[in-house]
Design a protein around this ligand. Structure first.
Ligand SMILES: Cc1ncc(COP(=O)(O)O)c(C=O)c1O
Length: 438
C-alpha cells in the first residue's frame, strides 16, 4: 500500500516526492533548489520512474484482463524525443496526430507498425508520409480523408480504422470533449455505414476496425460503457449486413487524473475492469468474436510525473482584494489555466514544510491579464526569490508552449535515483530568430 506523504499535497506530485532536512522539495532523489540552481527556471522536471511505472501499470492492468491489448501512448500530451524513446523501451505503441509527431517518432526509430495516426484534417503530405513509413493504422476521420487516400496507397494495402463519433457526452470541459454529436472529430452516426462501405470499396484500403475517443480528463466510466455498446451494436449490424469483421477496436484515451486533492478519478485498474468487461460482455451478447483492443492514454501516463519550477519575483498586494505573486514563467509554458481555467496545486519548494497561511494568486510574466497559473492558493508567506513547484504539469503543458513575448521555452530534465538528465535545453535568442528572414 502507498504510504501517505507527510504533506498531503505531495500526493499530487510524482510518487516518491518528499521534503529533505533543509525543507526543500525532493523529486526523483534530487533537491529541487539544486536543480533550479543548475538548470535555471522555469524548469520542467519529470520523474522518470513515475513515467515508466505508469506505462507498465496500463500494460499490466489491461493485459491481465484481456488477451489482445495494445497500449498506445498519445504523444500529444508530452512529445520530446526522450519521452518517445522511453515509451519505446517500455514496449508501448504510439498515437500521433501530425506529420511532426510522426517524424519525431521516426527519429527515435520507433517501430512504425506500433504507430496509429488519428486527426481530423490530415494533409495529403501527412497521409503519404504515414503510408511511406508503413504505420500500423491510419485512423480515418472523414470522407475528405477517404478521398485523399483513394489511389494513394500503392500496391500494399493501407490498414485503417474508422473514427466514429458515438454522440455521447463524457461530461468533461467543452474544449476537451470529442465524442458528442456536435464535434469536429469522426464520422457522425448517420454516416457510419456509408463510411464503412465506401472504405471497404477501396481496393487499396483494409478496414481493420473501428475507433472512438470521447474526450480528455474524463472521470466517469458510463460514457465509455455506452460508447462501447453503441459502437459494437454497429459492428454487429455491419457483420450481419455486409459480413464485416471488426478485428480491432480502439476506445481512445481520456482517462482523468487528479489535479486537486478532492478529485478522485478511477484508478487504471477500474478503467481496465470496466472497458475489458464491457467489451467481453457486449461481444458475447452480440455474437461477435473479441477484437484486439487498443487504448490511447496520454494525460494519465505523464501528468503526475511532471513538475514545473518557477522563481518568484514581483509581489503586488491589493488590500482587501488580492495578492499577486508573479513568477518567471506563465501562460507561455503552461496555458492550461488561461485556456481551460484548469486548476493546479503547488508548494513552496524551498520551504515546503512552512505553514500555508496566505491566500495568493500566482501570475505569470506575460503581457496578458489572463496570464494566471493558479487563482487563489494558500501558501506560506511568499517572498521574492522563493521557488514555487507546480504539480501535475506533465501533460499538455510542454507541447502547448509558445514563444509569446519572445520568451524562451524552458529546459526539461528527467530525474531518477538522485541524478538529473537534460532532455531539452532552454531556448536561446538564436532559437527565436532562427526562422526569420530580413
Ligand atoms: C484520438 C486521441 N486519442 C488519445 C488522446 C489522449 O487523450 P488523454 O491525454 O486525455 O488520455 C487524444 C487526446 O485528445 C486523442 O485525440
Amino acid at each position: 500500500m502507498a504510504t501517505r506523504p507527510e504533506i498531503p499535497v505531495l500526493s499530487l506530485f510524482p510518487p516518491g516526492a518528499r521534503v529533505n532536512r533543509k525543507g526543500h522539495l525532493v523529486l526523483g532523489g534530487c533537491d529541487t533548489e539544486a536543480l533550479a540552481e543548475e538548470f535555471g527556471t522555469p524548469l520542467y522536471v519529470f520523474d522518470e520512474r513515475g513515467l515508466r511505472d505508469r506505462c507498465a501499470e496500463f500494460k499490466k492492468e489491461f493485459g491481465r484482463r484481456y488477451a489482445d491489448v495494445t497500449v498506445l501512448y498519445a504523444a500529444k500530451a508530452f512529445t520530446p524525443r526522450a519521452m518517445l524513446a522511453l515509451v519505446k523501451e517500455e514496449g508501448l505503441g504510439l498515437d500521433v496526430v501530425s506529420g511532426g509527431e510522426l517524424g519525431i517518432a521516426r527519429s527515435v526509430d520507433f517501430p512504425m507498425n506500433m504507430v496509429s495516426f488519428p486527426g481530423n484534417n490530415k494533409s495529403a503530405e501527412e497521409l503519404k508520409m504515414a503510408l511511406e513509413y508503413g504505420i500500423g493504422h491510419i485512423v480515418v476521420d472523414n470522407f475528405h480523408e477517404l478521398n485523399l487516400l483513394r489511389g494513394m496507397a500503392g500496391r500494399k494495402k493501407a490498414s485503417i480504422l474508422l473514427r466514429l463519433s458515438p454522440g455521447i457526452d463524457a461530461h468533461t470541459h467543452k474544449y476537451n470533449t470529442t465524442g458528442t454529436v456536435d464535434s469536429k472529430f469522426g464520422f457522425t452516426r448517420s454516416t457510419w455505414e456509408e463510411a464503412l462501405t465506401t472504405a471497404r470499396g477501396e481496393p487499396n484500403l483494409k478496414v481493420d476496425g473501428l475507433h472512438f475517443h470521447i474526450g480528455s480528463g474524463i472521470f466517469e466510466t458510463e460514457p465509455y460503457r455506452k460508447s462501447i455498446e453503441v459502437v459494437l451494436e454497429f459492428a454487429a449490424a455491419m457483420k450481419k449486413k455486409h459480413g464485416f469483421v471488426t478485428k480491432v477496436l480502439s476506445v481512445g484515451g481520456g482517462y482523468g487524473v487528479p489535479y486537486t486533492l478532492e478529485a478522485e478519478p478511477p484508478p487504471v485498474s477500474a478503467w481496465a475492469e470496466l472497458i475489458t468487461g464491457e467489451l467481453t460482455g457486449q461481444c458475447r451478447r452480440l455474437g461477435l468474436s473479441l477484437p484486439g483492443l487498443i487504448i490511447e492514454p496520454g494525460r494519465a501516463i505523464v501528468a503526475r510525473a511532471g513538475v514545473a519550477l518557477y522563481r518568484v519575483g514581483a509581489i503586488k498586494d491589493i488590500p482587501g482584494i488580492r495578492r499577486y505573486v508573479s513568477v518567471d514563467g506563465g501562460m507561455g509554458d503552461n496555458i492550461r489555466h488561461a485556456m481551460y481555467g484548469a486548476r493546479h496545486e503547488a508548494v513552496l519548494a524551498n520551504r515546503a514544510r512552512a505553514e500555508a497561511t496566505d491566500l495568493v494568486t500566482i501570475s505569470g510574466k506575460y503581457c496578458e491579464s489572463g496570464d494566471i497559473l493558479i487563482t487563489d492558493i494558500k501558501l506560506p508567506p511568499v517572498e521574492a526569490g522563493d521557488l514555487l513547484a507546480v504539480a501535475d504539469c506533465g501533460a499538455y503543458c510542454v507541447p502547448m508552449q509558445s514563444n509569446y513575448n519572445a520568451s524562451f521555452r524552458p529546459a526539461i530534465i528527467f530525474v531518477r535515483d538522485g541524478k538529473a538528465r537534460l532532455v531539452r535545453r532552454r531556448e536561446t535568442l538564436e532559437d527565436l530568430t532562427r526562422c526569420d528572414l530580413i
